[in-house]
Design a protein around this ligand. Structure first.
Ligand code: CAA
Length: 241
């Protein structure tokens, strides 16, 4: 029986590429989404991947959503914490709402999703938790104090939880994409993207969502059982750790 992977924010951008790649690799896939019903319906029709709607920033909604997924498709063995938002602003202009929305989705959302699934993974002695952090959680980014803090938090979460999961056959890893050609990056003012960001990427281009999805497929596999607590960078050489 193939394993079930749940991908948050799994119907658009990097998340959609991850859902599609996991399905192509033979997994059962459930894709969570928060907002756009129309895009999610189109994604379901196109890919045959089940889409489930809830907001990862709400713990109770996660418990209920995960219960629905598990009742429909079986236990979640691979969790991909991909859902993330930006509310970019220079710090002197940043509102408490912009701070809280980003922390609640990008960092608290990772807790809200992983916590209800964790006990089942422990009981079954197998699990994969893969969290999509960001280059900007590693290096910091002007205009993104909120986002950089949330994504750096995801890395601490990953390193600590990996140590708890190791004896139970659960690996916990993070991926730090650089600038990938998705709607999120295309929302950056064109002048900033072309004059400030792309020139800092040694390979000279934005990444492709599929270049992140292939890392997820590897980390999910049995072949990656010795990799845990890791941060894997894929940023075209923009930031070398
Ligand atoms: N690198 C270097 N300089 C930057 C910069 C950057 N990434 N972003 C802004 N600046 C510079 C601007 O060029 C400008 O400089 P000048 O005054 O010399 O022209 C100065 O900072 C102020 O910028 P703005 O005029 O744009 O100020 P603003 O208040 O209108 O907007 C902002 C500020 C919202 C932060 C806007 O500049 C912006 O969106 N910047 C991009 C921030 C960014 O990189 N976000 C990443 C989004 S993608 C993502 O998050 C995915 C991921 O994981 C990588």
């Amino acid at each position: 029986m193939s394993r079930l992977a749940l991908v948050t924010g799994g119907t658009r951008g990097i998340g959609a590429a991850i859902s599609i790649a996991l399905k192509a690799a033979g997994y059962k896939v459930a894709a969570n989404y928060a907002g756009n019903d129309e895009k999610a319906k189109a994604f379901e029709a196109e890919t045959g991947i089940h889409a489930f709607k809830w907001d990862v920033s709400n713990y109770q909604a996660c418990v209920e959503g995960i219960t629905k997924v598990e009742a429909t498709l079986g236990p979640v063995e691979i969790l991909v914490n991909n859902a993330g938002i930006t509310r970019d602003a220079m710090f002197h202009k940043m509102t408490p709402e912009q701070w809280n929305e980003v922390i609640n989705t990008n960092l608290n959302g990772v807790f809200n999703m992983t916590h209800p699934i964790w006990s089942g993974m422990r009981d079954r002695n197998f699990g994969r938790v893969i969290t999509i952090s960001s280059i900007n959680g590693q290096k910091g980014q002007m205009g993104q104090v909120n986002y950089s803090a949330s994504k750096a938090g995801d890395l601490g979460f990953t390193k600590a939880l990996a140590q708890e999961g190791a004896a139970k056959g659960i690996t916990v890893n993070a991926i730090c994409p650089g600038y990938i050609g998705t709607e999120m990056v295309r929302a950056v003012p064109e002048k900033v993207l072309n004059e400030r960001i792309i020139p800092q990427i040694p390979v000279g281009r934005l990444g492709e969502p599929e270049e992140i999805a292939r890392i997820v497929v590897f980390l999910a596999s049995d072949d990656a059982g010795f990799i845990t607590g890791s941060t894997i960078s894929a940023n075209g050489g923009q930031f070398v750790v």
